[in-house]
Design a binder for this molecule. Structure first.
Ligand code: SAM
Length: 215
């Protein structure tokens, strides 16, 4: 997602109470940060935050953290929070490749990847968020038996994601090639910005739920 540079987005992010500054200092202490022992769910590559915002409102007993690399994009999520604050949702302006600097082992209960950038060139495969390289990082912070959920409308990326599982040491609990027509898997589904856009164009949405194989 590329937006034209929004003047001062870095300054707005730095001043926002919804964006955690120096998040590496919270590593191992996120429950203290939220002030409760509720589970912690994160979305990596959250974009403008529609999904997390909906999830956080529906599930006040879960703490949500959104990670987004670009301040210009994160700005839109902050604007949403300014019109209606949700206490169990915070944002980090970070690159997902640093995720192990932000959380300790077992600190995260669930990870969401929604409409991750496809990086279509083979030489960029390791930048794809469902790649084995990223699954390795996610596995280091996810609780034992915790799950990762991935949605996309990009068939090639989804096939790649499925192929990565074996090598990465993960396995699928559930897979659908048409989420919106899958009665079981679409229960409680909150649409992301990209999901709304691509499903309204008639694209099927692919989804898997995976967990790490026992070590
Ligand atoms: N999840 C949202 C949705 O479904 O509407 C946004 C999808 S958008 C295609 C992908 C988002 O992931 C972009 O906002 C992009 O900046 C972010 N992103 C890509 N690579 C990232 C990374 N390594 N770390 C953090 N965010 C990343």
């Amino acid at each position: 997602m590329r937006l034209r540079n929004v003047t001062g987005s870095d300054e707005i992010i730095a001043a926002s109470k919804y964006v955690v500054r120096e998040p590496e200092t919270k590593k191992g202490g996120w429950k203290d940060f939220f002030g409760n022992t509720n589970p912690i769910h994160i979305e990596v590559g959250m974009g403008k935050g529609q999904f997390l915002y909906g999830m956080a409102k529906e599930n006040p007993d879960i703490n949500y953290i959104g990670i987004e690399k670009y301040s210009t994009v994160l700005l839109r999520a902050i604007q949403k929070m300014e019109s209606e604050e949700v206490p169990n949702l915070y944002f980090l302006c970070e690159d997902a490749k640093n995720v192990t600097d932000l959380f300790i082992k077992d600190e995260v209960d669930k990870i969401y990847l929604n409409f991750s950038d496809p990086w279509p060139k083979d030489r960029h495969a390791k930048r794809r968020l469902p790649s084995r390289q990223f699954l390795e990082r996610f596995g280091q912070i996810l609780k034992k038996d915790g799950t990762l959920e991935f949605k996309t409308d990009n068939k090639a990326l989804f096939e790649f994601a499925l192929e990565e599982l074996e090598a990465a040491g993960w396995e699928a609990d559930a897979v659908t090639f048409d989420l919106h027509k899958d009665a079981e898997m679409k229960k409680g589904n909150i649409m992301t910005e990209y999901e709304e856009k691509f499903s309204s164009m008639g694209n099927p949405i692919y989804k898997y739920i995976i967990h790490r194989k026992n070590e």
